[in-house]
Design a protein around this ligand. Sequence first.
Ligand SMILES: Nc1nc2c(ncn2[C@@H]2O[C@H](COP(=O)(O)OP(=O)(O)OP(=O)(O)O)[C@@H](O)[C@H]2O)c(=O)[nH]1
Ligand SMILES: Nc1ncnc2c1ncn2[C@@H]1O[C@H](COP(=O)(O)OP(=O)(O)OP(=O)(O)O)[C@@H](O)[C@H]1O
Ligand SMILES: [Ca+2]
Ligand SMILES: [Ca+2]
Length: 579
Amino acid sequence: MATAATAAAAAVPAGRHQHQHLLGLGLRPRPYPHRLRLRASVAFSSSSVPSTSSSSSLSPPAEGGGRLVAELVGVFNELTGRMGEGLATTSSSRLLFRALKLALPALREGDGGRALTRALAVAATLADLQMDAEVMSAGILRKALDAGTISMQDVEAQIGTGIADLLHESLRLKVAPSKVDVLDDESAGALRKFFLSYYDIRAVILELSLKLDTMRHLQYLPKHLQRIKSLEVMKIYAPLAHAVGAGNLSLELEDLSFRYLFPQAYDHVDQWLRNREAECKLLIKAYKAQLLQALKSDDELNKIVKDISIEGRYKSRFSTMKKLVKDGRKPEEVNDILGLRIILDPRCDGGSSDWGARACHRTHEIVRALLKEVPGRTKDYVTQPKRNGYQSLHVAIDVSEPGKTRPLMEIQIRTKEMHRIAIGGEASHSLYKGGLTDPGEGKRLKAIMLAAAELAALRLRDLPASDHQGGECKNQAFCLLDKNGDGRISIEELTEVMEDLGAEGEDAMALMHLLDANSDGSLSFDEFESFQRQVELMRSLEDRDDQYTKILKDKLQTIDSAGLIHFYRKELGDKLLVS
Ligand SMILES: Nc1nc2c(ncn2[C@@H]2O[C@H](COP(=O)(O)OP(=O)(O)OP(=O)(O)O)[C@@H](O)[C@H]2O)c(=O)[nH]1
Ligand SMILES: Nc1ncnc2c1ncn2[C@@H]1O[C@H](COP(=O)(O)OP(=O)(O)OP(=O)(O)O)[C@@H](O)[C@H]1O
Ligand SMILES: [Ca+2]
Ligand SMILES: [Ca+2]
């Protein structure tokens, strides 16, 4: 309903500052298809140091070698902060630190300065996919290997055979598609199955992340290669990503290849979706908040469920295009451009499925009372499950206002158990969209993934333990630099890491001089932490500047069309308050 939408938009906690920086380094988890922006280097020009940071411990570190250490520490913190819970253990961090020390100097010069940024973005993609440090390190090292700046012997000697094996496996995968002459549906399907059956699943995921990197930089390749690579991605890698459960990665891969394969159609769909995107995303957020509040305050529903969550999404370019060509509908007739999914947790699971059905139907009543349901487009797969076992209740909602037509919104209502089946069971999304046809195959795939994860955990356990035996490490970067574990970073320890990074020995002296606030010739924990804070500050400043520019641009674009000027003012005002 028109007024409900506007009121709900205004009710969203708009000004809440979104800086959930991971260790303050300017990177926060972002869902695809947003690009990751990882800076390869930190700018330490004195002009970017804020006037408030004039104390000696916050003065800028030395150029050259100091900058390299700052970069190593910054990147290391950023990546470990991004890793899934429990994955950044001490031994896995050591591995990542070693890989970064080997790869950073090798990548810094490559590809006009882009090589390092790209390698780090690959590692960040892998972290978002919950991969461990071994796979992330392999991602970074693969980019250095591809650039020809390090050899497999370097990896084996300096990092270890576990990663070298993973890299060998990923290099074997890389050439597999070229062994198939004709990429028709049949051979593409066979190739996808081949990947899943014969390769370490972690190498498959690594290859997918590298493909995403290639696709994000396709503009640098000649046109014919753009087409060939896009076709490969569309036929093999995007469905493969669906099949391994990396749904968001798959959507971005699809959209990128769609863009290069069918530029005109892409432009058409892209423009249509882009024109509505900012407003629709705000509406998704607003309806989500409004619905959650209404559902949580309904007594009858509360008797049946103990928890309610809602997910929202805006439809991707390629997925929309498929709907348009399927039966020639217009974009405004596609009923799930905006999507919400309500997931209910009934108080009584188990035996009586009746609780789940009752919860879904009560939720449907509340939705109906609040929003404008499009007649004849409701599908109740809760009462009548699909043959594959899929259960969910779907309604289409008209979110237009007088004089302002908008795309339709789909609301899916399901219980946690129904959701589990839709995601991983026999009605799984990978079967529904990922090109797998046999349910048994889905199960086997899951088993392979679990086994691979277990193996990875074992391998990491076998790595030599940290030098800091026993004691808890409060700051992983500090502990890795303080090799002898005496609680201070000595000039010898600093020189060693700087030489590994390709800097001169004297640079270590210069950096020590800058950071050693009490001039006792070594870096204490506190001195190191203030250095780290400075690295973080630099990164977040750059990021914030970009962010403000973007916010302003977005807001100015949408203010007229959405008529939500007060909402924007409030949001923008609050954001600018944070300095
Ligand atoms: N995981 C999974 N999701 C499904 C399945 N069937 C439907 N869905 C989800 O439910 C949505 C709507 O499906 P339906 O209600 O069958 O509608 P449709 O025929 O695809 O779309 P319209 O013709 O536009 O109404 C899909 O877009 C999926 O998100 C299934 O078997 N498994
Ligand atoms: N109504 C919805 N609310 C929240 N998430 C949704 C909704 N519909 C789909 N999704 C999720 O969004 C992602 C992209 O789905 P997409 O819209 O491309 O396909 P789909 O809806 O699953 O299938 P179809 O192409 O048949 O519509 C998937 O992870 C899917 O589970
Ligand atoms: Ca859909
Ligand atoms: Ca020491």
